[in-house]
Design a protein around this ligand. Structure first.
Ligand SMILES: Cc1cc2nc3c(=O)[nH]c(=O)nc-3n(C[C@H](O)[C@H](O)[C@H](O)COP(=O)(O)O)c2cc1C
Length: 323
């Protein structure tokens, strides 16, 4: 891939919000808290996104849910992703998210988790296009921020994104993000970006492509097909350098262990700032494996990290066994 071959570094707009480039950090439940978003921003992501936030939790002033709306100035522009199925509750929650500093309100129409779909939310909305459109219209009327929707190819076995996307545009969506897998697809199935490309040809609003964006060639292909931006999720787990590599249009490559440990320390400091030392230490356990994946950590290290009382003990183990 030659440097500058795609226009990933060109700014673009979602509604009136200017995004400095075409690389978006994906919403990820249990992952994309403030520390993760700040890290993605530091490495160049043009738009950050919260994990999905329950509109009911916002409505009922659930403390943990409201904590997810603690947005920092340094992570902006930031999208707050809401899930729910009641247009009134979604509109009210969107207004709260906007006053908390959200630049964009994104509506989750892709989550396949049973707990979510049994309430009619997430990917279940793809089976009720009228309701999905009513939610977009209601939220758009309640906030001045642009409203976007993140959809899949369809809920179950049938591709419905091609009929839903234009309806969401008509209802007032300022952009569509498509993760082109069916709701019942396995996570190992590849994203089918032929669906993404069809949507690009159908709607006049920006389309953001999510799924298997791991290397400059994936991003370039999607941008060339007319997508306004690309989104990175799993490939950025433990590898925030992915954002910088994609923007520089160079092949992502592993960083030396000392640099990885330095980045882990920065990320941990962000988690402490976000949640306090105890929760930060617990949350880090989920991330060690992702950061250390390129080094194939020996069993002794994996075991030690599982048992480490805090980050300093974990960092000591990493230093002694990898550096
Ligand atoms: C751990 C994890 C949590 C996720 N949580 C959300 C979420 O809260 N909202 C959402 O719209 N998508 C969520 N997704 C889907 C991603 O945003 C993305 O669309 C999907 O992983 C495909 O992109 P990838 O191939 O780059 O991973 C999640 C994915 C992962 C791996």
């Amino acid at each position: 891939m030659t440097v500058g071959a795609s226009h990933i570094n060109k700014p673009f707009y979602i509604g009136g919000v200017r995004l400095p480039n075409r690389l978006v950090q994906a919403p990820m439940a249990g992952v994309s808290g403030r520390a993760f978003r700040l890290q993605a921003r530091r490495h160049g992501a043009g738009l950050t996104s919260t994990e999905m936030v329950s509109s009911y939790g916002v409505h009922y002033r659930n403390t943990r849910t409201l904590g997810m709306l603690a947005l920092g100035a340094a992570e902006r522009p930031v999208a707050v992703q809401l899930f729910g199925s009641d247009p009134g509750v979604m509109a009210a929650a969107a207004a709260v998210a906007e006053s908390a500093g959200a630049d964009i309100i994104d509506i989750n129409m892709g989550c396949p988790v049973r707990k979510v779909i049994k309430t009619g939310a997430g990917v279940a909305l793809m089976e009720d296009e009228r309701l999905a459109a009513r939610i977009v219209a209601g939220v758009a009327a309640a906030v001045s921020a642009p409203v976007t929707a993140k959809i899949r190819s369809g809920a179950r076995s049938r591709i419905t994104a091609l009929s839903l996307a234009p309806r969401l545009e008509e209802a007032g969506a300022a952009a569509i993000c498509i993760h082109p897998r069916l709701g019942d697809a396995g996570s190992k199935d590849r994203a089918d970006h032929s669906v993404t490309k069809e949507i690009v040809d159908m709607v006049g609003i920006p389309v953001i492509a999510s799924g298997d964006v791991r290397a400059p060639a994936n991003a370039a292909d999607l941008l060339k097909a007319g997508c306004a931006a690309v989104m990175a999720a799993r490939a950025a787990l433990g590898n925030p350098w992915l954002f910088a590599d994609l923007l520089a249009e160079r092949q992502p490559h592993p960083r030396p262990p000392a640099e990885v440990l330095g980045e882990m320390r920065l990320f941990y400091a962000g988690l402490v700032d976000e949640a306090g030392p105890e929760l930060a230490g617990r949350a880090m356990r989920k991330f060690y494996g992702w950061y250390l994946r390129p080094f194939r950590p020996p069993a002794a290290l994996r075991d030690g990290l599982r048992r480490a009382a805090d980050f300093e003990e974990a960092a000591g183990l990493i230093r002694s066994l990898l550096l």
